[in-house]
Design a protein around this ligand. Structure first.
Ligand SMILES: N[C@@H](Cc1c[nH]cn1)C(=O)NCC(=O)O
Length: 449
């Protein structure tokens, strides 16, 4: 395998993903201008994001199946074209309906990109490199948010709506060209693509779903991806500014900290997964416990939470982003290459489903508390936000219970195949013995020289 060729393919894939994340997040930062342009209420504007995420989540399985049939290159290019059409549509849209059609196209294009890029990795890289490269794919992709927040916002506020969204569409044109030129599905073209009838496709989908490792991935993604997504995409900023009274500057610093922690933790988690493949779900449960603990510590404060606790909360939520990439490692290692796209699509539904559910439930609780008079006329009162945010703990608990149950089934199946997961205590004893042995060998080497 030619490694510079492999890195070029990956670079084109990651560029496509970074640009997809930019397209995904452009509307979120254009809220004020969108209110003027479409003369829309806050709830009408939230429909734009909900429709986009629903289309994204709803297309994961069909897109996963198509990635296995047609290969990642075709899907990345098709997704890029859909996003170009969507952003051009939004650039010229003057009604809520026309704008929503634009976001729908963007959601559909975005849906094809991430799973296609992950599908490229096992085709081009040796097994031991994939966990870390999976993490880097996630990390670099998230930088697309920064493109939305800085250059896109600058163009939007200087030149206006149409140039900003047309400029965003132009980025996808470049990403599509790069993909067409650089991406090949595998070094031996077509080797892992499955040419299936519809019946075989259904069978392959059922097979991916029946594999408990796929469902372990789905529940992993469900459990630890959503708390960070809900915080960053919707409720975090109003919670920090309006309920915790943090001020816009410090709230923005915490949002930046969120991105930085995700970047710093990704490679560490990638190495951990590579070294301890039998302990991936233990890390998932540890991250879920950290998120639950941080939220409990913040929500149980009698008044506004002290800044260090909010920093701890943001760090815990941020670790959930790279942590959720472990889910795709489950999909990859428990499924044959020919149905990897399908399995990845199933897994990727988890986090987005939990995010949509939680975003909606938090909004409904805030509205109900306002309507009941509990919030005393302030939709974002601290007491109300506390109750609404606590609903996430229920979603988290549902996820954790499912991870624990499916993990049991996975381990039983592995034991039938002769792979027994040793107790953590035994692993620690063995690891200590290995370190002692290494130290002694170094000392012997030192004395000999
Ligand atoms: N877990 C995220 C990606 C991520 C990596 N680091 C922080 N977030 C994920 O599921 N991504 C899917 C997508 O389409 O973006």
């Amino acid at each position: 395998m030619n490694s510079s060729r492999a890195f070029l393919v990956w670079a084109a894939g990651v560029t496509a993903y970074l640009v997809a994340v930019t397209q995904r997040t452009t509307f979120g930062v254009a809220g004020l201008q969108a209110t003027d342009r479409f003369d829309a209420s806050a709830s009408q504007l939230s429909i734009f994001t909900v429709v986009q995420l629903l289309v994204y989540a709803g297309l994961q399985v069909p897109v996963g199946v198509l990635v296995d049939r047609w290969g990642p290159r075709t899907l990345i290019v098709a997704g890029g074209i859909l996003m170009i059409l969507g952003q051009v549509q939004l650039a010229f849209a003057e009604s809520v309906g026309a704008g929503i059609v634009g976001r729908l196209l963007v959601g559909a294009g975005d849906a094809t990109t991430f799973i296609s890029v992950l599908r490229l990795l096992p085709a081009w890289f040796p097994f031991h490199r994939i966990p870390v490269l999976t993490q880097w794919t996630g990390i670099i992709g998230q930088l697309g948010q920064i493109v939305s927040v800085i250059p896109f916002v600058a163009v939007l506020s200087t030149f206006g709506w149409e140039p900003a969204f047309l400029g965003a569409a132009a980025l996808s044109v470049l990403a599509v060209l790069f993909a067409v030129i650089a991406i090949r599905d595998s070094p031996e073209a077509g080797s892992e693509r499955s040419v299936q009838t519809l019946r075989e496709t259904g069978a392959s989908l059922a097979e991916a779903w029946r594999q408990p490792g796929t469902r372990l991935g789905l529940w992993t993604h469900f459990t630890i991806q959503f708390p960070g997504t809900v915080f960053v995409l919707m409720w975090g900023y109003p919670y920090l500014v309006r309920a915790e009274k943090l001020g816009e500057g410090p709230a923005s610093v915490l949002m930046t900290l969120f991105v930085a922690v995700g970047i710093l933790c990704g490679p560490f988690l990638g190495r951990y997964v590579g070294r301890h493949p039998l302990r991936r779900s233990t890390m998932v449960l540890a991250i879920a416990a950290l998120i639950a603990g941080a939220w409990l510590a913040v929500l149980l404060q009698p008044g506004p939470a002290p800044l260090p606790l909010l920093v701890l909360l943001v760090i815990a939520l941020a670790i959930g982003g790279p942590g959720s990439m472990i889910a795709f490692d489950f999909a990859r290692t428990f499924n044959a290459a020919a149905r990897l796209g399908t399995a990845t699509g199933i897994v990727n539904i988890g986090g987005f489903l939990a995010s949509l559910l939680s975003m909606f439930v938090i909004g409904v609780i805030l509205d109900l508390l306002l309507g009941s008079g509990f919030s005393e006329g302030d939709l974002y009162a601290l007491g109300s936000f506390r109750i609404a945010m606590a609903a996430q703990l229920v979603v988290l608990a549902v996820g954790v219970v499912n991870v624990v149950l499916i993990r049991r089934r996975v381990r039983r199946r592995m034991a039938e195949q002769g792979v027994v997961v040793p107790p953590v205590r035994d692993v620690i004893v063995r690891e200590r013995a290995r370190r002692r042995e290494q130290k002694a060998a170094r000392r012997r080497g030192g004395l000999g020289s």
